[in-house]
Design a binder for this molecule. Sequence first.
Ligand code: TRP
Ligand code: SF4
Length: 402
Amino acid sequence: MKARVLSGMRPTGALHLGHYHGALKNWVRLQAEYDCFYFVADWHALTTHYEQREVMERYVYDMVIDWIAAGVDPEQSTIFIQSRLPEHAELFTLLAMGTPLGWLERVPTYKDQIEKLKDRDLATYGFLGYPLLQAADILMYKASFVPVGEDQSSHVELTREVARRFNSLYGRASDSETLIAAALAKLAKDDARYFEKQRKAFGETGSLEALAKGEGMVRKAAANVAGFTTDDAELLLGHLKGSGKSILTEPKALHTEVLRLPGVDGAKMSKSYGNAVLMRDEPAEVTKKVRGMVTDPARARRTDPGDPAKCPVWQFHKLYSDEATQDWVVKGCTSAGIGCLDCKQPVIDAIIQEQTPWRDRAENYLANPKQVHWIVEMGTERARTVARQTMKDVREAMGLAY
Ligand code: TRP
Ligand code: SF4
C-alpha cells in the first residue's frame, strides 16, 4: 500500500506559473509514488475572504482544470472539494474542544497575516481557528506527508501536536504497544531488529524503500514463522507505517525547493499584485507580459551593462534555460552585448512551449464542464469513504458512538 499524501489549495481562480513551479509540479511528481489526495480548500478561502462569495463555484472549477491541465491525473489522484465533506467541520469541532487557545495564537502566520491584510477585519473566530481546520483536513485522511511551502510548516507542526494530544487523550496506545511487543518477540532477533530499522527509516525520511523492506519482512514472517498470525502481521504493518497504535497519524511536511518566481514587476508572483503570468495565458499575452517585465534598473539604455543577479528575468532563465543560454545571458548582459528584449525571447519561447500541453488539456475540459464536475464528484466520493471511517474511529474514541 502506498503512503498517503494530502495537500490543498485555496480557490483563487486560474493559476499562474508561481503556483505551477511552487506546488503543482510537485503534486504531479508525487502521484506515481504516493496515494495522493488533493483538495480545493474553499472554506479556507472564506477565513480571509468571507465577504466575497464569488470565490466559489467558477473559481473552484477553474482551479481544478488547471490542476488537471498541469498533469494531476484524476485516475491516480483523488481530487475533491473541502466543503462537500462536512466531516471536515465535524473533526474541526471535536479537535477544537481540547486545543489550547495559545497554540493557535502562537502560530506565526496568525499575527503576520493580520498585519499584512490590514484592509480586512480578521479578528474573527474563523481566522484564528484556520490552522486547526487545516489540521482536521490533514488528520482526516491519515496523511503521512503534506507537501506545503515553508510558510505553512507551523501549520503542519500544529497538526502533529493536535494528533499527539488526541492520541494521548483518547488513543489505546498502551494495549497495542503490548501487542506489538508480543508480535515482535515472535520474530528472530535479527529480523525484529531489521524491522525496527526500516520502521525508523520510513518514519524519519519517508523512504519508500525502507517501507517496502519492512513490509517484505512482515510478509516473510507471516508465511514462515510458526505462531505469527495474520493479526500480528496487520499490527506490525500498521506499526511500520506509524498508524497502528494511534487513531490519528502525525504527518510530516514535505518541503520542496522553494522557488519564489518573481512577477513581471519583480515582486513575488501573485494574483493579487496583478503581476502574474497565468498558466493559461495566450502566447500573445505571455509575450506582452514578459516583454514588459522590469529588468536590472542599471540598464536604462541598451548600451548600459547590467547584472543578471539584480534582474527578475534572470530568475526565469535559471528555471527555463540551459547552460549555454544562461552563459549567453550573463556575457551579453554584463557587456551590454545583448538587449533586454533579446534576453527575454528564450524565456518567452520556453513558457509558451511549457504551456502548450496545459492549454490543450484545459481546452478540452473548458469545452466539457460536465467532465470536470464528474471528476470532482468521483474524487469527493472516494474521499468520503475515508472521511467516514476516520470520523467513526474518532467518535468511538471520544465516547460518542451511541
Ligand atoms: N492553508 C493552505 C494555504 O493557504 C491550504 C490548505 C488547507 C492546506 N488545508 C490544507 C494545505 C491541508 C495542505 C494540507 O495554502
Ligand atoms: Fe535582465 Fe537580461 Fe536585461 Fe540583463 S539583459 S538586465 S538579465 S533582461
